[in-house]
Design a protein around this ligand. Structure first.
Ligand SMILES: [Zn+2]
Ligand SMILES: [Zn+2]
Length: 430
């Protein structure tokens, strides 16, 4: 008797990041195996929001792409009473611990877990490295470098003869800190689950951005001013350190806030960076701020000060901003994305900054530079072009910008594309 071959299926449930940037969370099911891809929070408003619920006891493993809270911030929730393995790189785990501890400190009233759950999460993690292949349940998983932030990776999940690539956040452009994602990897992918944060936007070339950035910094320094660079603690602050070292900016460069801890950590992991020597040079040149006396000293002579928060929402950057905003010889140069409603966005759009004394007009020079670590419209299209003609594309981690990329995949490449909402399920038979 002829036995009919049973059809196999892969199911994706979108728990978060469906038609939004933030709270990433996708459940991948194949046979009896259930993998959770990221589990983050959505920040932006005062109260963070979480992805849809998943029963941790049903999971075979959690795969964490990188440390940013929109991918990692809800993972401790899965460790209230369960002990499932968390697969990630050692650096991502260390950076996640730093960011989640800070998140707990700032938003503790809204976060439904505590430090003990974070400790459990750390305890049950299993380390992976770039290029490695691991087996979880019926899935074989390959770890791929994604070029987004130090330690970040993608997961290429192989089930039977089907390959699913979950990108997390990624960058196809080489930066001072990291090599870009190798788009050739898309050639053997059947289902691509991709971020599309900047699907409607092309970044200017790095070379051009760096040249303009350094030129303007030197103008301010030569005019006797201080340049404040509010930057995210993880990745961006260290990228800026490297840009300044690469171009041999001769004035003192100070590093403040949580970026200091991360800078130390990256020295330990420097072999994961594109150019460990450049990083070492940058680290040795930078002056680590050790207290209030040094903070004041940094402002006495022309200098560059790199400090979180990147959006001027708090941290040491606010102290520096209050000191420099009134004088045209000083400058504030933004290098990070600025969410609407944040003090940074108000500074750039309206030229004002609120202090305890009230609203101030910012007389210091204000500029914004595109040092994005996300794939651009062009990069996304290049990756999609590498896909085989039968591939399916699932777009997540994107607002309405995603439509731009979807149209391209459908009309130019004739690929089936999905732009699922949170809560929806996609089933692929093969
Ligand atoms: Zn990210
Ligand atoms: Zn993200």
């Amino acid at each position: 008797m002829l036995r009919r071959k049973k059809k196999k299926e892969v199911k994706l449930k979108i728990l978060g990041s469906g038609r939004e940037v933030g709270r990433s969370g996708i459940l991948l099911e194949y046979g009896d195996t259930k993998l959770l891809l990221d589990y983050g929070v959505a920040l932006g408003s005062e109260e963070p929001s979480f992805p849809l619920h998943v029963a941790p006891r049903e999971l075979d493993g959690i795969l964490l792409t990188h440390a940013h809270l929109d991918h990692s911030g809800a993972v401790p929730l899965l460790y209230v009473s369960e002990t499932k393995p968390l697969y990630t790189t050692p650096l991502t785990l260390e950076l996640s611990q730093i960011l989640i501890m800070d998140f707990l400190k700032i938003s503790k009233f809204y976060v439904p877990y505590e430090a003990i759950e974070l400790k459990n999460m750390m305890h049950y993690s299993k380390f992976v490295k770039y290029g490695e292949k691991i087996t979880v349940g019926d899935c074989e998983i390959e770890i791929i470098e994604s070029g987004h932030i130090p330690g970040s990776c993608m997961f290429k999940v192989r089930v039977d003869d089907l390959t699913v690539l979950y990108t997390g956040d990624y960058n196809t452009t080489e930066t001072c800190l990291l090599s870009g994602f190798d788009k050739n990897i898309a050639r053997k992918v059947d289902i691509l689950i991709t971020e599309a944060t900047y699907a409607a936007f092309d970044h200017p070339s790095r070379e051009k951005v760096e040249k303009e950035f350094i030129g303007k910094i030197n103008e301010v320094l030569e005019g006797g001013g201080n340049v404040l660079i509010p930057a995210f603690s993880v990745g961006r602050a260290q990228e800026i350190m490297c840009v300044l070292a690469k171009h041999d900016v001769e004035y003192p460069v100070y590093l403040d806030g949580m970026a200091r801890v991360v800078a130390d950590l990256l020295l330990y992991y420097k072999d994961l960076l594109r150019d460990p020597k450049l990083y070492e040079k940058a680290y040795n040149r930078v002056k680590i701020v050790t207290g209030w006396r040094m903070r004041k000293k940094a402002l006495k002579k022309p200098s560059v000060i790199i400090s979180p928060a990147g959006m001027l929402k708090g941290g040491a950057s606010v102290f520096y901003m209050e000191k420099i905003l009134d004088e045209p010889k000083h400058a504030v140069f933004f290098v990070s994305y600025l969410i609407e409603g944040t003090p940074g966005r108000k500074t750039i759009e309206e030229g004002v900054f609120a202090t305890k004394k009230g609203l101030n007009k910012v007389k210091a020079r204000i500029e914004w530079f595109d040092f994005s670590s996300h794939v651009s419209r062009k990069g996304l299209r290049e990756v999609a072009k590498e896909l085989p003609s039968h591939a399916h594309v699932v777009v997540v981690h994107s607002g309405e910008e995603g439509e731009n990329f979807i149209k391209y995949c459908r009309e130019e490449l004739n690929l089936p594309v999905y732009f699922p909402e949170n809560g929806s399920e996609l089933i692929f038979h093969f």
